[in-house]
Design a protein around this ligand. Sequence first.
Ligand code: ADP
Length: 368
Amino acid sequence: MSDITPERILAALRQVQDPERGGDIVSLGMVSGIQIREGHVGFAIEVEPERGPRLEPLRKAAEKAVGDLDGVLSASVVLTAEKRRAPPQPAPRPAHRQASREPLVPQVRSIVAVASGKGGVGKSTIAVNLALALAANGLRVGLLDADIYGPSQPRLLGLTGRPKTKDGRMLEPMEAFGVKTMSIGFLVNEDQAMIWRGPMVMSALQQMLRDVNWGALDVLVVDMPPGTGDAQLTMAQQVPLAGAVIVSTPQDLALLDARKGISMFRKVEVPVLGIVENMSYFRCPHCGERTEIFAHGGARSEAQRLGVPFLGEVPLDVAIRETSDGGKPIVVSEPESENALIFRRMAATIAGELGAEGPAPPRIVVEE
Ligand code: ADP
């Protein structure tokens, strides 16, 4: 078997022409971020955002050119759009979004985004526990880590290694605790994920939806990148979302950010399924006592004011952090704990909103 080197990959890519700019994609400087690991190759092709949707054949051609090389087991190529070259995004048009709805993942009933106005509020922690809680409630669940700035789901689920491919084209999702998972963190190293900083990822997410063998799912939870910038807006537009869950902490600042998140989803006509208040109060690991550290309850009243459902409060609890860090989130490591029940109640509410109840859904009302 021949050695796979960046030179061989670039030589193959010199055969791939950009039909609009005239020339091959290597000479035009469009190829970046080549990754080679045990026969699996990944790289990005930078294109102007407005050309992205038309360039799927180019992406496929590049994938095939590299995939056909002797010794290459799989090739995954993403189109990225560099912000500084990009003209401003046109205002989102719901009709357009509608048009691109169905074909991406036809066997997935509902795609739900978990989003936050800013980083560090526990979005990934909530996303993984909600996914596991939906599964615990009897649904078929997938978790797509779209947080390209800091993919953390592989770590939270204790998953390492690379996704396999059976046919050299579709990636098989990884699986943990019965939940199918895909993350850009499986395809590039954690530090290399930083290459997405600045460049706006346009179709990486679409590819992680379309080119992954998700199979039939009731719910696919998407852990979105934090914030409400162009990248998030594009994602919210491009993915056929059934709804969005907004994670916020009690502090006012975070709530202001959360409000931006809500208005972003409203702009693209994605229903907001509700707000989760994370780190709502402190649960003492020794005596179990509850302490309100921040002005607690802000998210609940804000939700009321904005007319979106309030999904519940998750305490600041060292057990939540430790179990996440240990690769076995609280819903599966302490399934009978109050924390796990909080997530299962929220999952039941969400499933109810989606009309996606499992075999025996506990439709529990969240109490004051
Ligand atoms: P984000 O995805 O918003 O950046 P993370 O989910 O990565 O946030 O959480 C940031 C940090 O806070 C992590 O170390 C995580 O374990 C911790 N964390 C999140 N929620 C809680 C919680 N309710 N209790 C304790 N620690 C938490």
